[in-house]
Ligand binder design. Structure first.
Ligand code: PLP
Ligand code: COI
Length: 341
């Protein structure tokens, strides 16, 4: 078999159908053994819980070709654990961690010709998800579920790749205190669609959400956590119960401390202190670390001193070290890399 004929260096962050996906069904209190299938369609009741009450959760992770030609993926066990947390919060059955990792391996192996080559700038994005598939009309959880995992080759999440982006402070809230902001539920993204379309229409790349209760603290964007750099090179990331615990952010905090010798701090970040930071980045599987050059607060602009037009030096070091670990150029901490081929 040969790599697919794809212009790897010029793909964006979009969906491309690949050959196989993994499917397992939950019925009568148990998951079936799961299969790989060529069928990319889903047939469910018109009254399925996912369609009526948005009972759906998902994950996102990537597979990479390393410098020496292996195919690996990054910390899939943490995605499995987070999906378990998401399932519990939406009254769904959990999909066992070992089976989740096995589904990742099988799906990547079955689509190996879609894993972008080393150095192309593209990666294979994996999308595990689970939804309530049987009919409910009263508001209650489904009794039957489907777990699926497909993959698609992707390029950079933000157009322009690593050029600093401009975001705005959103007047919409993303997540309520004691709500679902800390899990990866489809509903969190449905309610962000109007905000992102509006942001794009106003010329911004993303929204910065503040905490819904006081609107004084930085939370996250629609699809990534924040990292800030202080004037004395400390890495600061917001702490909040209503943001998604990003695996990329947790990994970057370790990288900053253990590989780069930087001081790191996870704490509440007041919006009013943002102008004091010299660099800002958005981190996530899709975003990797995308530099933020400017934040617009209702017309008032905050421009980051060391990263306004080009990626700042500390964000760049973090990005290069993390991607170096993912692509096998730099030794990884124990357990971070899952070998696939
Ligand atoms: N925050 C939100 C809202 C997200 O959707 C994502 C994407 O998964 C992240 C943060 C980053 O999380 P991770 O690094 O685990 O991909
Ligand atoms: C990811 O980074 O994997 C996500 O799920 C974010 C999404 C906005 C694409």
């Amino acid at each position: 078999m040969a790599k697919k004929d794809i212009d790897w260096s010029n793909i964006g962050f979009g969906y491309m159908k690949t050959d196989k996906r993994y499917v397992s069904n939950y019925k009568d209190g148990a998951w079936d053994e799961g299969i790989l299938t060529g069928d990319d369609t889903v047939v469910i009741s018109e009254c399925a819980a996912v369609l009526q009450y948005a009972q759906t959760i998902f994950e996102g992770l990537k597979a990479y070709t390393t410098v020496d030609g292996r195919v690996v993926c990054f910390r899939p066990d943490l995605n499995a654990e987070r999906m378990e947390d998401s399932a519990k919060r939406l009254e769904m059955p959990t999909f066992p961690k070992e089976r989740f990792v096995d589904a990742v391996v099988k799906t990547v192996q079955a689509n190996i010709d879609y894993v972008p080559p080393y150095g192309s700038g593209a990666t294979l994005y994996l999308r595990p998800y689970m939804f309530g598939s049987d009919a409910v009309i009263g508001v209650k959880p489904a009794t039957e579920y489907q777990f699926r995992l497909f993959c698609t080759p992707v390029g950079p999440y933000f157009k322009g790749g690593v050029k600093p982006i401009t975001i705005r402070v959103s007047d919409f809230d993303r997540a309520a205190p004691n709500g679902t902001g800390h899990i990866k539920a489809g509903l969190n993204y449905a309610m962000s669609l109007h905000a992102i379309v509006d942001a794009h229409n106003q010329g911004f790349d993303e929204n910065m959400y503040l905490d819904a209760a006081t609107r004084t603290k930085v939370e996250e964007t629609g699809g990534a956590n924040f990292l800030f750099v202080t004037r004395d090179n400390k890495i600061v990331t917001p702490k909040s119960d209503s943001i998604l615990p990003s695996i990329t952010r947790r990994s970057l905090m370790s990288v900053a401390k253990d590989y780069l010798g930087l001081e790191v701090e996870q704490r509440e970040v007041l919006f009013e202190e943002v102008p004091e930071f010299v660099e800002c980045g958005l981190c996530g599987t899709a975003a990797v670390i995308s530099p933020v050059g400017c934040i617009s607060d209702h017309g008032k602009e905050i421009k980051f001193e060391n990263g306004c037009t080009e990626m700042g030096p500390i964000i760049k070091k973090l990005r290069d070290t993390l991607t170096g670990i993912q692509m096998g150029q730099i030794g990884a901490p124990e357990g971070w890399i899952k070998e696939i081929k």
